[in-house]
Design a protein. Sequence first.
Length: 291
Amino acid sequence: MMNRISDTDLILNADGTAYHLNLLPEDVADTIIFVGDQDRVPAVSKYFDEVELRKGKREFITHTGRIGHKRLTVISTGIGTDNIDIVLNELDALVNIDLSTRTVKPDLKSLNIIRIGTSGTVQADIPVDSLLVSEAAFGLDPLLHYYDYPATAEELELLKAFKAVLPETFKGQPYIASASSRLIGSLDADIQTGITITTPGFYSPQGRQVRAKSAIPDLLTAITEFRHHGKRITNLEMETAGIYGLAAALGHQAISFNVLLANRITNTFSRQPAAIMDRYIKTVLERIAAV
Ligand code: R1P
């Protein structure tokens, strides 16, 4: 007898849809594009040959369709890894749990999860308006501490080196998670790669100074100057580490494409953010459709 997952561990709506995503198992494709902004969902699905489904609840808007024979889902996650916890667990439940018996299916599915998000670079030589794939990400948020993520020895060594340069005033406990090597191999081709930092906020957690006084004024400098065996931190955003960690913990493949709209060192911001995002949506969709 398989263990039955309780009604409050996995909440379903009266129509059988997942509690927050409002989706049924048949509503999602095996390849799923994550975007933060709800308005980016139609900006992606307008390139589908056909959109078969449009659904949503809260910030989680979903379109499913196809490009050629390839079925794709695009979903907005909103901002932050707390939302990634909901999106990834509910997508996994839709594909890997028999919702009628509330038991885990014998044959688990591995989804391909592709983030297309905005981000700021922390290196002066990386141009605004360029695209970057996160090889790995350090999470400054706490999400992955709630899950059993099997970090490799190489990841742990990189994390140890990063922790050693963090200012003493930093009170968090960083974690590390990496991209799917399978998706990196098939999708990133000539695109620049780097190490991403995922933060639990946009302002002081990313070293911004507006009015609230920072408790860690040297955080951005420590991040920018970090080096380990030729690797450096390239950019800041708010989801990648959580996506990588939770995807790996659940047996899914994930890759994060960052559209670099800001350079935090030269203090420059894209003059045409919407057009740049549109360009890279096309780039990523062409690559997805080709594999
Ligand atoms: C902050 O403005 C938001 O933009 C970035 C960050 O990760 C955060 O979600 O990604 P999206 O453009 O995908 O939302």
